[in-house]
Design a protein around this ligand. Structure first.
Ligand SMILES: [Fe+2]
Ligand SMILES: [Fe+2]
Length: 188
């Protein structure tokens, strides 16, 4: 059986590409059923990648001491909270509403949807560790700002982990989901 864990997966497993072969990514934008709601959903994915990129780049600046610690802590509180809160909301909706709808429309992809739900569980874990370390840094802003650059190093690994995770998860999720939506005209 194909490896499905996010930690080793190289893409959407071949047995889950049944519809992707008929609806390749390049052809999505011109497809008549590529609806506004699908664009919006992919737009949310784009926003997550951007937010993750901002927190990672800011953290690198803090490690290089090219950003003021107070400014860094403010931005981390703002963008980090947006990232975590919006991802939790997005995944909750996918798990409880969107994926069951897709599964009802085409039960052939149940295993793929289960794989994506498994990714969400893994992501919750890294987001929790990111939140704890991020909060520590934001509190240091009041207590001991000199410690922030050192603590930023610990956060950096987590921002990289989140970035890699999102790259894999969002790509595979779109490759599984968009062809189902187009094939069954679910949002057209
Ligand atoms: Fe997801
Ligand atoms: Fe998603």
């Amino acid at each position: 059986m194909t490896q499905t864990t996010i930690h080793t997966r190289q893409g959407l497993p071949p047995e889950m590409q049944l519809l992707l072969r008929d609806y390749p990514r390049d052809a999505w934008p011109d497809h008549p059923d590529f609806a506004e709601s699908i664009r919006n959903w992919m737009g949310a994915h784009h926003m997550f990648r951007q937010l993750a990129g901002i927190t990672q780049k800011d953290t690198e600046k803090m490690m290089d001491r090219t950003i003021d610690p107070a400014h860094y802590a403010d931005r981390l509180a703002h963008f980090g909270t947006l990232l975590v809160r919006n991802l939790h909301g997005h995944h909750g909706w996918e798990d409880h509403s969107f994926f069951p709808e897709l599964n009802a429309a085409d039960p052939r992809f149940e295993r793929g949807l289960d794989m994506l739900e498994g990714d969400h569980v893994e992501l919750d874990d890294v987001l929790d560790r990111f939140t704890r370390q991020g909060n520590r840094i934001v509190q240091l802003h009041q207590l001991d700002p000199d410690q922030i650059p050192e603590q930023a190093k610990l956060l950096h690994g987590l921002t990289k982990e989140i970035g890699l995770f999102l790259t894999r998860h969002l790509r595979d999720e779109e490759d599984l989901v968009v062809p189902i939506l187009l094939h069954h005209q679910l949002r057209g």
